[in-house]
Design a protein around this ligand. Structure first.
Ligand code: ATP
Ligand code: MG
Length: 418
């Protein structure tokens, strides 16, 4: 941790261009706030997102929900509460930088701030240049981390319409962002009228994934930014076009590949909500995917489609181990039995998501998939699926493809990773 005094050399401003940084203040007094606002007024890329006049209280996640890049906490008003606040922010939002602000240069206090996750200790009154340097360090660390990311593309495809693709992709995306604190992106790949934003209660806007891919040759962070819409869980969304014209879906496979390659450098998990079918447009995404989740429901017409999909993928030489079969709306009563499904497709079911219509509809109507309790069968299944997607062990290494008699559901219904 750096301790920055009130004096500093004048420096060039490195924050005029590039990635924006969002900032939240906690318990800063009038003077401190005024100073901070003055300092960042000349920095177009630094946005003061919120000012809280209280520390983090129990059962109040408002501060955490801001998910800012930097939290500036005044440690003088109540040191214990400041420490608790910093600890919680550090624990929940691992990537977030925390600056402690104090008029005391007492070594023990500085060490305490360091131990609870603060990366900077700024002495009051905060020197403009020191603040600038601290912000530049955060920017630099972000850049370094991003350069090491090579995100995974996870495609969700229904074997027929209405299989639950959008439901599962939105739930899993929101859980990855909120519970696992991953940089997660959901791409609504429908060439028109995709439902993802509707399921997440997000405002529609004019920019969509296809327009982004059409500009693949000039992609950079500045171009991407206005295309993104963020869900309160932290999940970023690239929407689909919201009408029928002009015809999209004509974007070349090269442009799709280039766009995904760019997005892999910025997100750890990129989930794609595909429209049904194995046409050229879908294959452009599927070919680039690390995993393809083939979503079916446990009834005979859907299973007929599932078999055809697997045959078609085989004939296209698509790697079998990348395909994961997910049975959605699974039920212990009724529906085709697991072992019958597995024998028919000569492949194991990767995941089973229980049938819970009321709960799914509630989530769709409130646009809040990840805020539901983890205690229901549905949420517990989806949470374990999201856990599996973030496990250190590569997913492909888990389980074997050979079909064994299907295990029974056991005590905790609704999901068995294979
Ligand atoms: N696990 C589940 N339990 C109960 N109902 C579900 C479940 N998953 C999805 N549904 C319901 O099934 C319907 C279709 O779901 P969804 O829109 O996610 O499917 P889709 O595959 O995206 O459809 P489309 O082909 O139209 O894009 C919705 O009404 C949804 O509420
Ligand atoms: Mg859908």
């Amino acid at each position: 941790m750096r301790v920055c005094g009130a004096r500093g050399e004048h420096m060039e401003n490195p924050l005029q261009v590039g990635e924006p940084l969002s900032l939240v203040t906690i318990c800063l007094d009038g003077y401190g706030l005024g100073q901070l606002r003055n300092s960042i007024a000349s920095l177009p890329m630094v946005h003061l997102r919120a000012e809280f006049q209280h520390y983090l209280a129990q059962n109040d996640d408002q501060i955490l929900l801001e998910r800012a890049d930097i939290y500036v906490i005044d440690f003088d008003q109540n040191r214990e509460e400041a420490v608790h606040t910093a600890e919680r922010i550090h624990e929940v939002l691992g990537r977030t930088a925390i600056f402690a602000l104090s008029s005391s240069s007492e070594p023990l206090l500085i060490i305490r701030a360091m131990r609870c996750g603060c990366s900077e200790y700024l002495l009051k009154p905060v020197n403009h240049d020191e603040l600038l340097k601290a912000l530049a360090r955060v920017r630099e660390q972000r850049k370094e981390k991003r350069e090491h990311i090579r995100g995974q593309v996870l495609s969700f495809l229904g074997v027929k319409g209405g299989s639950g693709v959008t439901t599962l992709a939105t739930y899993i995306g929101a859980l990855l962002a909120k519970v696992h604190n991953r940089r997660a992106l959901l791409v609504d790949y429908h060439p028109e009228l995709g439902d993802a934003s509707f399921y997440l209660s997000l405002q529609r806007h004019h920019y969509h994934f296809y327009a982004l891919a059409e500009n693949a040759h000039r992609l950079d962070a500045d171009l991407l930014r206005p295309f993104l819409v963020q869900h309160p869980s932290g999940l970023d969304v690239l929407q689909s076009p919201d009408g029928f014209d002009p015809p999209y879906g004509q974007v070349s496979a090269e442009a799709i590949e280039h766009t995904l390659e760019f997005l892999r450098g910025r997100y750890e998990r990129i989930l794609v909500d595909c429209p049904p079918g194995l046409d050229k447009a879908n294959m452009a995404i599927i070919a680039q995917s690390d995993q393809l989740y083939l979503i079916t429901t446990p009834e005979t017409p859907a299973l007929r489609h599932l078999i055809h999909h697997l045959d078609q993928l085989r004939s296209l030489d698509y790697p079998r181990e990348r395909v994961r079969v997910v049975v959605n709306r699974h039920s212990k009563k009724g529906g085709v039995a697991d072992d019958q499904i597995e024998r028919a497709i000569d492949k194991r079911i990767y995941w089973k998501v229980p049938n819970h219509y009321a709960e799914v509809m509630k989530a769709i109507n409130t646009g809040a998939p990840a805020s539901l309790s983890g205690s229901s069968e549905l949420m517990s299944s989806l949470m374990r699926w999201a856990d599996a997607l973030t496990a250190k062990q590569p997913e492909a290494a888990k389980g074997k493809e050979a079909v064994k008699p299907a295990a029974s559901f056991g005590a905790r219904a609704g999901g068995a990773a294979r």
